[in-house]
Design a protein around this ligand. Structure first.
Ligand SMILES: Nc1ncnc2c1ncn2[C@@H]1O[C@H](COP(=O)(O)OP(=O)(O)O)[C@@H](O)[C@H]1O
Ligand SMILES: [Mg+2]
Length: 252
């Protein structure tokens, strides 16, 4: 098993009240799986992804990735582990504005003094269709291009696992499709992929579907078929995503 989440709970305090952003979640992920996590804004999706990434510790419960307990690692160890083994594509693209795309992609390899080859980074950018933008700054690129650059960065260390948080959320339909097809190809080459989304056009790329509601998770893979035929929107209470493009910023 690549990822094992065992009874993970995250308790937050809001004013005087405590609530569980993630509530007793257990889940296993095999190598090479492609899983989608859906759920409305505020249901705990990002928090769950952070737990798997080791970027956040659960209040109780345990998370292991490839046998390593990321739920109790020090910040320093978990940053390193994440950097070497996990590709994290954050909800905002997270590129550093003062660095070019190529420098952004190379950054993670330089952090721990392993200084990888710029040619490898350039090759990755070429394969993602943004090779011509390697010298550009993030502000000079469209949302879709930034997202692809962020995916390139996440792939740089050849991770076993990609965690992508709403990778299509601010993209037009065409860019959204490109990004999802890209994640599918990465998955076909053996990397496990977890995509968090509340758009069901994005969800259909996964082979397993999980649904989060008020911090709790359940399997909804049996809904994938109806999702593919566009029938499940009412069930999930979700909007269509790429098809009807949004107005205004997305809150999630
Ligand atoms: N650091 C925090 N402190 C308090 N509440 C938080 C914090 N981070 C997230 N939350 C709350 O936890 C819930 C789950 O958040 P999140 O995991 O970001 O949901 P999602 O990604 O599904 O939109 C939300 O109600 C959010 O407002
Ligand atoms: Mg979120």
């Amino acid at each position: 098993m690549l990822v094992e989440v065992e009874g993970a709970t995250v308790v937050y305090r809001r004013g005087n009240a405590e609530f569980r952003a993630v509530d007793d979640v257990s889940l296993g992920l095999e190598r090479g799986e492609f899983v989608t996590v859906m759920g409305r804004s505020g249901s705990g999706k990002t928090t769950l992804l952070n737990l798997i990434a080791g970027a956040q510790h659960p209040t109780s419960g345990r998370v292991t990735v490839d046998g390593r307990d990321v739920s109790s690692m020090s910040d320093r160890d978990s940053s390193r582990f994440r950097n070497e083994r996990i590709g994290y594509v954050p909800q905002r693209h997270g590129l550093l504005p003062s660095l070019t795309v190529l420098e952004n992609v190379l950054l993670s390899t330089q952090l721990y003094g392993r200084g990888k080859d710029p040619e490898e980074a350039q090759d990755l950018l070429d394969r993602l269709g943004i090779g011509g933008l390697s010298g550009a700054f993030p502000r000079e690129m469209s949302g879709g291009e930034q997202r692809r650059a962020s995916i390139a960065r996440s792939l740089m260390n050849g991770p076993d696992l990609i965690l992508a948080d709403e990778p299509t959320s601010d993209l037009d339909r065409e860019s959204a499709r490109t990004v999802m097809e890209l994640l599918s190809r990465i998955n076909e080459s053996g990397t496990a992929v977890v995509v968090v989304t509340h758009e069901y056009d994005a969800a259909v790329y996964g082979r397993r579907l999980l649904y989060m509601e008020s911090g709790r998770i359940r399997d909804a893979t049996d809904r994938l078929e109806s999702l593919r035929s566009g029938m499940a929107g009412a069930f999930f209470g979700l909007r269509r995503g790429f098809a009807g493009k949004r107005k205004g910023p997305c809150r999630s």
